[in-house]
Design a protein around this ligand. Structure first.
Ligand SMILES: [Mn+2]
Length: 377
């Protein structure tokens, strides 16, 4: 039997707002998602991919801009030699006003699976293409069922969004067990939903995989990200992982006890050099611990300036104020009076961490705005 050249991607989340990031960075990240999408389309062209499988969450939400949906349609239109199969996921379910429901608006080489597991035959590549889409955010009932219609000489390839669970387990996102996969009769099951990629797995005679998100969406999505591409034939799944991500999410840990601000910045720079070489492009989170003086405090504003050549730095400040290094001095400034009074209280209750935190935030309030929520008295 002939083989078919397949590219399997999932969880692009095009249009994700990245609302926790500063506007400029968020705009860059949105571009990164578009860019990784265009790279996938380019790969279809240059590698003569016959079948592009999109296993859900192509879009971050049902409500996407016209410019984004135009971009996606035009891109698919530019690869008429590739057949595109889309299975809507929990972020972009095929609800009644979804762009997926307007099937005439999509190029002729695109097929969107919606309600209920179904198939179409692509006789030119000898494939029976299966799929099903989310039609709501939640999908408690399994969508993968064994139909009996896979008993054919054609290759059975299936695209869907779903959650791999243990036998007897449940999920609000289309629960799938290894036993269900082994029974489904497919040659390859192209999954989406889990953003961390799996290897090419096998249950019974069925190959299956999660490619993961091809561009990380947060600090819980680290490392290389990409797609699977390769040849599928009966009993053969010769797929390789291709990393496509523009940026990586990186955590750096800094023990700052006793260090001055410039020393902390230097330590961060050293770590960026040894841990990673792409700091200019990457998303860096600095997890800072230790007992530091207020003078050593590295604020988000300070680090943004001090590490202006790094694409994005987030400070996760877990430091404690080194209260004993602070002294009120003798001048009657408001700051000194505050420090002396706080030190008195801390001396009386040395184990009360909230007093130390109050002193840390109080000192900070003398130099910058501190987020404050009034909870009444
Ligand atoms: Mn997703």
């Amino acid at each position: 039997m002939e083989s078919v050249k397949v590219l399997h991607c999932a969880d692009l989340h095009l249009g994700a707002p990245f609302s926790s990031l500063p506007p400029g960075v968020a705009a860059e990240r949105s571009n990164d998602l578009r860019r990784v999408f265009m790279r996938i389309v380019e790969m279809c062209k240059t590698d003569r991919v016959q079948l592009l499988l999109v296993s859900g969450d192509l879009f971050d939400s049902v409500h996407i801009s016209d410019s984004l949906s135009d971009m996606v349609r035009n891109a698919f239109n530019s690869i008429p030699g590739t057949f595109v199969a889309i299975a809507p996921g929990n972020h972009d379910p095929a609800v009644f006003d979804s762009p997926y429901r307007n099937k005439e608006s999509w190029p002729r080489n695109v097929f969107i699976f919606t309600d209920g597991l179904s198939y179409l035959d692509l006789s030119v590549m000898n494939v029976r293409l299966w799929g099903v889409g989310f039609t709501h955010v939640y999908q408690h009932q399994p969508l993968l069922i064994s139909t009996g219609f896979t008993d054919t000489d054609m290759l059975n390839i299936c695209v869907m969004h779903g959650d791999l669970v243990q036998t007897g387990g449940s999920s609000a996102y289309n629960p799938i067990t290894a036993a269900m996969i082994a029974d489904c009769g497919m040659d390859y099951l192209a999954l989406g939903h889990v953003h961390k990629r799996s290897e090419i797995l096998k249950a019974g005679s069925v190959f299956y995989a999660y490619p993961g998100s091809p561009e990380g969406l947060g600090f819980d999505e680290k490392g290389d990200r990409g797609v699977y591409m390769g040849e599928i034939a009966r009993g053969v799944c010769d797929m390789r992982f291709y990393a496509l991500n523009r940026r990586e999410y990186v955590d750096i840990h800094i023990q700052a006890t006793g260090l001055a601000r410039q020393e902390i910045i230097q330590l961060i720079r050293d770590k960026l050099r040894t841990d990673k070489t792409r700091a200019v492009d990457d998303m860096i989170r600095i997890n800072m611990t230790g007992d530091v003086t207020e003078d050593s405090y590295v604020s988000p504003e300070y680090v943004t300036v001090a590490l202006a050549d790094v694409f994005y730095v987030n400070i996760n400040d877990q430091t404690r104020l080194d209260v004993h290094a602070e002294s009120g001095g003798h001048d009657f400034t408001l700051r000194n009076i505050f420090v002396r009074k706080m030190l008195e209280r801390i001396e009386k209750n040395p184990s009360d961490e909230s007093l130390k935190l109050a002193m840390k935030l109080g000192l900070r309030a003398f130099t910058e705005k501190v987020a404050y929520t009034f909870r009444g008295i």
